[in-house]
Ligand binder design. Structure first.
Ligand SMILES: [Fe+2]
Ligand SMILES: [Fe+2]
Length: 162
């Protein structure tokens, strides 16, 4: 059994993970329109991971004999001014998600809810990976600057992920 407070932060996080998926699908779509299909594939893969994060929490709520509350999602941003701008947003977004995950961990501690504490630890570690992955791409894009050849090569490298 989990408390109302824990139920609330977990349900809020389902929306955040779905929102992350929505954002990355939208970015993936934009990269396709820029003929950067490697970036697009990378972001689509990322979007699927975010859906899995939402499903993990959904499953946990049911394991705890609770119920998931699916909230309305806002439409994501549709265009970016450059690949760099998109990955600045990705990195910022992952930092925002890390803050929310940390808040769930804090709530679990405050509620003396050890099961949720253990459950959310997977997400704490996952966020370290997520921030590192976004930052690695962002740093490469900074290095490349406005050189189309560099963008072309990075697009090929990103395409190897899928
Ligand atoms: Fe996530
Ligand atoms: Fe993420």
């Amino acid at each position: 059994m989990i408390s109302k407070k824990v139920q609330k932060v977990l349900n809020d996080q389902i929306k955040e993970e779905m929102g992350s998926a929505y954002l990355y699908f939208s970015m993936s779509n934009w990269f396709h329109t820029q003929n950067l299909h490697g970036f697009a594939g990378w972001l689509q893969h990322q979007a699927k991971e975010e859906l899995e994060h939402a499903l993990k929490i959904y499953g946990y709520l049911h394991d705890q004999n609770s119920s998931a509350e699916l909230k309305a999602l806002e439409a994501p941003q549709k265009t970016w001014k450059s690949p760099l701008a998109a990955f600045q947003d990705t990195y910022k977004h992952e930092q925002h998600i890390t803050g929310l995950i940390n808040n769930i961990a804090d709530t679990a501690i405050a509620e003396k809810d050890h099961a949720t504490g253990v459950f959310i630890n997977w997400f704490v570690s996952e966020q370290v990976e997520e921030e590192a992955a976004a930052l690695a791409v962002l740093e490469k894009l900074k290095l490349i600057g406005d050189h189309p050849g560099g963008i072309y090569l990075l697009d090929r490298e990103m395409g190897a992920r899928a």
